[in-house]
Each structure stands twice: as structure tokens, then as C-alpha cells.
Design a protein around this ligand. Structure first.
Ligand SMILES: [Zn+2]
Length: 203
């Protein structure tokens, strides 16, 4: 697997990403900003795009989606905190995790040890809830991230204080300190969710 981070400028220091899997097939995350920069990378690396993923519905993350209208895409819908879906494509295993807050439809994508966070968490700071978001949901989602392995590499949707860092650094830089009470609540919720899921999978 190879990650190509493309600084596409766009609305405000946006990033698009190409995740290269087997046979030069690649997944494109948040096609936005300068389309030429994206196409240059695709051509230079001789890639075939098999799937387009969006981290959320804000237009500054999907400006170029129409250009890839012949490619399968995943446009997230409103989801429950921590709800997951696994996508297998081009030799990649992609875990979509719903983390509402910045918007109701915000998700992150975990691919191996890499987390593509859109506008939920940057290297320094978190996304605003002013445009269709919810403060409490965002807090819960950030708490959820606190429970993940801090050594995961974070790839944000904008260059706000860095182009990538570890999850631990991003949480620290953004002063996310979850309360123990919230963490316990979340842990229970996640365990319950996983329990239900494993029951479902057994049937
Ligand atoms: Zn956004």
C-alpha cells in the first residue's frame, strides 16, 4: 500500500488522497481543490481509480466528485458513533467508522495503520460544528478517537498545523482530554455494539 497526499489548495489548504493497492489500482479520498494536481498524480503513477470516498458532505471536500462520476463512490450518510463498515477493494481493507460531530455524516477511514480524518481532527485543532454539526456529538467522537491506538498516523482533510502526525500528537495538540466518565460510557457503548455485531455475524 502507498499513500499519496495531494495538497490541492481548494477552499483552505485542503488535501486529497490516493491510496494505492494492488495492480496500480487506487482509492481516491475527498476529490477536491485543484483537479489538475489529482490527475497529474494519477497519470504519473499510472493509476486506475476503483473507488472514491468522501469523509463528509461539505462541498470543499467533494468539488471534483463529478469528474469521477463513472467510478463507484461512497458518500457517507448520517450514522451512529462508532458504527463501522469494512470495504475490501483493490487489495485494501478499508474500515469506515462513523464519527458524527463536525457534520452529522462525518466518517473516518482506517486503512492499515492510517486514519483519514477529514474535518473531525487535524494535526492541530478540530473541525467546527457551525455548518451542520453538533458539539456534543463531536466531543463524543473525539473521545472515541482517544480510545484508538495513539500511534496510528493521522491524515487530515486540511493542513491546519501539519500535513500528518500521530493520532496521539493530534489529540495532544488539540487539547482533547476526555473525562473518565465519558470514556467509560463510550467503552460500554462500543463493547455493546461489538457484542451485537458479533451476534449478528454468527447468524
Ligand atoms: Zn467540513
Amino acid at each position: 500500500m502507498k499513500i499519496i497526499q495531494i495538497p490541492v489548495n481548494g477552499f483552505d489548504n485542503n488535501f486529497s488522497y490516493l491510496i494505492v493497492g494492488k495492480n496500480n489500482e487506487a482509492v481516491l479520498i475527498d476529490p477536491t481543490g485543484d483537479l489538475n494536481k489529482i490527475l497529474e498524480e494519477i497519470n504519473k503513477n499510472n493509476l486506475k481509480i476503483t473507488l472514491v470516498l468522501l469523509t463528509h458532505s461539505h462541498p470543499d471536500h467533494s468539488e471534483n466528485l463529478k469528474y469521477f462520476s463513472n467510478t463507484k463512490s461512497i458518500i457517507p450518510k448520517k450514522g451512529v458513533l462508532g458504527e463501522e463498515k469494512v470495504i475490501n477493494i483493490s487489495g485494501l481493507v478499508i474500515k469506515l467508522i462513523h464519527l458524527p460531530g463536525h457534520t452529522k455524516d462525518s466518517v473516518v477511514y482506517l486503512i492499515e495503520n492510517n486514519l483519514f480524518t477529514g474535518d473531525t481532527l487535524f494535526c492541530r485543532g478540530v473541525g467546527t460544528t457551525a455548518y451542520g454539526g453538533n458539539e456534543i456529538e463531536l466531543k463524543n467522537s473525539l473521545n472515541f478517537l482517544c480510545l484508538m491506538n495513539g500511534d496510528i498516523t493521522l491524515w487530515p482533510g486540511h493542513n491546519y498545523g501539519g500535513s500528518s502526525c500521530t493520532l496521539k500528537e493530534a489529540l495532544l495538540n488539540s487539547k482533547i482530554k476526555p473525562s473518565k466518565k465519558t470514556l467509560d460510557l463510550l467503552k460500554n457503548k462500543i463493547e455493546q455494539y461489538e457484542l451485537n455485531n458479533s451476534k449478528k455475524n454468527k447468524i
